[in-house]
Design a protein around this ligand. Structure first.
Ligand code: ADP
Length: 217
């Protein structure tokens, strides 16, 4: 089982790539942004608290995000009977329950503190983050993409001011996470300014390599 983090600024294409990779490799895809939006959509107390923060483009507190991530990691991959825990969606889509081959996390960690927490969570599950794939996209292109998405999505955090603030938050709090993984030798950067399929092929090569090296160990 390999565990990958997909990393990048807002608009870099983390979600798109993570989804394609999850399909191809039969990985679990855990997106903290999606987990939060689900809470908002369900109108839970956590969702109500998170919505106001997300609408401003601020980072949601670790108490909320870490709890959601921990729950997703535990219930969906380490339950004594993982098949019993699969989403109905998986069963409907594939016709039978599946046991994931790995896990792909997008949207987390967003701070160095979260990176440390992720190490702790993984250790508890007797797993490790094998590789962090950072999708690199020039600033102008990021802004252009989010504005383009804003025209078709109904995400309430895709307005001009909020987009600017999300990118500021990324620069200030999230970028330092790159050094954390660089120092521990697990960071690979890919060019995310190309076509989706080219970037995807590149990440697939990396995952195959990581998996090969892990099997050799
Ligand atoms: P994007 O990275 O494209 O802005 P996401 O769906 O990953 O979109 O995140 C949307 C929002 O959800 C973020 O702006 C933030 O408010 C919140 N969020 C997601 N993941 C985290 C996290 N790990 N820590 C704190 N807040 C988060």
């Amino acid at each position: 089982m390999i565990n990958i983090v997909i990393f990048g600024a807002p608009g870099a294409g983390k979600g798109t790539q993570a989804q394609l990779l999850a399909e191809k490799f039969d990985f679990l895809h855990i997106s903290t942004g999606d987990l939060l939006r689900q809470e908002v959509a369900m109108g839970t107390p956590v969702g109500l608290r998170a919505k106001a923060i997300m609408d401003r483009g601020d980072l949601v507190g670790d108490d909320i995000v870490v709890a959601l991530l921990g729950r997703a990691l535990e219930t969906r991959s380490t339950h004594p009977n993982p098949e019993a825990q699969l989403d109905q969606w998986d069963v409907e889509r594939k016709g039978m329950p599946r046991r994931p081959e790995g896990c792909i996390i997008d949207g987390f960690p967003r701070t160095v503190q979260q990176a440390q927490t992720l190490e702790f969570l993984m250790r508890k599950l007797k797993r490790t983050i094998d590789c962090v794939v950072a999708i690199d996209v020039p600033r102008d292109e990021l802004v252009r993409r989010i504005h383009e998405r804003a025209a078709i999505s109904n995400r309430s955090d895709d307005t001009a001011d909020v987009i600017r603030h999300r990118i500021e938050e990324y620069d200030l709090k999230t970028k330092p996470v790159l050094d954390y993984y660089k120092v521990s030798g697990r960071l690979v950067t890919v060019d995310g300014s190309e076509e989706i399929s080219r970037t995807n092929n590149r990440i697939c090569q990396i995952i195959n390599l990581v998996s090969h090296l892990k099997n050799e160990r």
